[in-house]
Design a protein around this ligand. Structure first.
Ligand SMILES: Nc1ncnc2c1ncn2[C@@H]1O[C@H](COP(=O)(O)OP(=O)(O)O)[C@@H](O)[C@H]1O
Ligand SMILES: [Mg+2]
Length: 246
C-alpha cells in the first residue's frame, strides 16, 4: 500500500508584500534587511521529508510560525510546494482555519451541501446525512442562519461535524479543537478515536502536548520550517520542551 501522505524534500516559499517605504528611516531599514521595499521572500518550509502510513495518527508540534499550518495546507492541496513533492493517497477532509471552506453568506445547511459536493457526494446522499451532521454539531436552531453570524465555536462545530461525515481517508485538524467548549471537545476526541479504530489516517496539529501524548503514537516537531524530530511522541515532546526553553 502506498503511504497515506508522503513529503519528499518539500520546500515552501512565500512572497511577503510590504508597503512602500514612506520615510527615509523605513528605506534605510529596508536596505539593512536587504528588502527591496515591497517584496520579501520567506521560506516557511525547508527540505521537509516524512511519510505517514494509512491508519497512523501523527501529531505535528512546534512554535508559532514553524510551518505547521503550511504543512497541512500542502496535504490538503490548498497550496502547492515550491519544490519537492507532496503525495496523498485518498480523500482529505481538513479542519484547518476557522471558516476555511465555508462561504460566509450561505447558511449552515447550504455549506454542508457545498462541502459534500466538493467531496464528490451527491445531494441525495447528503440529504441522508444531514440530520446526523446537524445533530452532532448541535446546531439545529441555527442551521438556516448564514454562517457569517456564527460564533467561532459554532463554526468549528459545523466544520468538524461536516468533515467527519464526508467519507475522508485522511483527516487533518489544525489546533481548532481548542475553540470548542469542554463538552464538544470531548465529543471531537471520541470521534477521532472512532477514526483511529476505523483505520483512518489522522494528522493533528496541536499546542496541547498532553493531547498529543494521548492520541498520537508518533509526533513530528517543526521549528522555523525545519523538521527537527520525527518519532515516538514522548521523546519528541521532551525535545520540544528543550527547544522551547531556549
Ligand atoms: N500566505 C502567506 N504569505 C506569507 N507568509 C506566510 C503565509 N502563510 C504563512 N506565512 C508565514 O510562514 C510561516 C509559517 O506559517 P504557518 O505555517 O502558519 O506556521 P504555524 O502554523 O506553525 O504557526 C510564518 O512565519 C507565517 O508568517
Ligand atoms: Mg498554524
Amino acid at each position: 500500500m502506498p503511504p497515506a501522505i508522503r513529503f519528499d524534500g518539500v520546500a515552501k516559499r512565500y512572497i511577503i508584500h510590504h508597503q512602500r517605504p514612506r520615510s527615509f528611516q523605513e528605506a534605510l531599514v529596508n536596505m539593512v534587511h536587504r528588502r527591496n521595499g515591497d517584496r520579501e521572500v520567506f521560506w516557511a518550509l525547508h527540505d521537509v521529508s516524512f511519510s505517514i502510513e494509512p491508519g497512523e495518527t501523527v501529531g505535528i508540534i512546534g512554535p508559532n510560525g514553524s510551518g505547521k499550518s503550511t504543512a497541512l495546507k500542502l496535504i490538503s492541496r490548498i497550496i502547492e510546494p515550491t519544490s519537492g513533492s507532496v503525495a496523498v493517497a485518498g480523500r482529505v477532509a481538513a479542519l484547518i482555519e476557522l471558516g476555511a471552506g465555508f462561504h460566509p453568506d450561505l447558511t449552515g445547511r447550504e455549506n454542508i451541501y457545498l462541502l459534500g459536493s466538493i467531496m464528490g457526494i451527491s445531494g441525495r446522499e447528503m440529504d441522508r446525512r444531514l440530520s446526523a451532521i446537524v445533530e452532532f454539531a448541535e446546531l439545529e436552531r441555527f442551521i438556516d442562519t448564514a454562517v457569517k453570524h456564527y460564533s467561532s465555536g459554532m463554526y468549528m462545530r459545523l466544520g468538524f461535524s461536516t468533515a467527519i461525515h464526508v467519507d475522508a481517508d485522511v483527516f487533518l485538524i489544525d489546533e481548532l479543537l481548542a475553540v470548542g467548549d469542554e463538552h464538544f471537545q470531548r465529543k471531537c476526541l471520541e470521534a477521532i478515536q472512532g477514526f483511529q479504530q476505523q483505520g483512518m489516517t489522522v494528522v493533528l496539529v496541536t499546542h496541547d502536548l498532553p493531547l498529543a501524548g494521548k492520541f498520537c503514537p508518533r509526533t513530528i516537531l517543526l521549528q522555523q520550517g525545519h523538521l527537527l524530530a520525527d518519532g515516538p511522541t514522548a521523546g519528541v515532546l521532551q525535545q520540544y520542551l528543550e527547544v522551547a526553553a531556549h
